[in-house]
Design a protein around this ligand. Sequence first.
Ligand code: ATP
Length: 252
Amino acid sequence: MTLLQLNELTVYYGPVRGIAGVSLEVEEGEVVALLGANGAGKSTVLKALSGLVRPLSGTISYDGRDLRSIRAHDRVRLGLVQVPEGRRIFPALTVEENLELAGFGFGDPRAKRRSRVEEVLERFPLLQPHVGKLAGMLSGGEQQILAIGRAMMAGPRLLMVDEPSLGLAPQMVEYVYELLEGIARQGTAVLLVEQNVTLAFEISRRAYVLQQGRVVLSGASADLEDDPRVVAAYLGTDRGDGDRLASETADP
Ligand code: ATP
């Protein structure tokens, strides 16, 4: 069943195009990768989904609802939760406090927040020995896991993850990816923004490649894995539809 559907979504930052006419879908429990070079528009898609930027045109349907009129914090309540690039944890709070704080927004009583924290810690055993430590003292990988744990406090149906492998040691990258796979196996869909194409294809069922704010390629990850057009899109040497469309479409 389709959980998320973007239809011809366009976002501008003043005169600067973020994305133009992006359409994509995520099924329940599916891992979908959003790929592309720096500035291709990946984070803009996530920001539009989280409600941090307002689209100029196009529609976003999530669980059958039109998201445009739903405010950012209400989207989190609906299970649309983002793990931001750079983690954005609170370094001066403990691991436990970081998790508990994530539960505050829902107005749940303390006992319920506590049991959510316990659930997350059980699921993410690597955090357990660090519960009382300041989050800023954790390694980059541990902080990334904490950021994912914090997002899990909201009980997501769609987890949006921005560059989870950035700056992590290889074993940690592997661990984080196993974690994301486990999350998806238990029914949470994952929309993954990742610069590391190999990793992204490994974990995802389908992928979309963005170039200059437009989707230039999409399909099953297994098919795209060896497609030279993916590399071309990254290097900006693509001579396919994407370039043609980008240059032919007049900006508003
Ligand atoms: P990266 O991997 O570097 O984060 P990205 O694919 O996520 O890149 P976006 O950050 O979505 O790309 O950027 C898409 C376009 O929108 C780029 O041209 C970028 O310069 C522009 N852009 C993004 N954020 C802003 C902003 N706050 N103000 C102005 N332009 C912006």
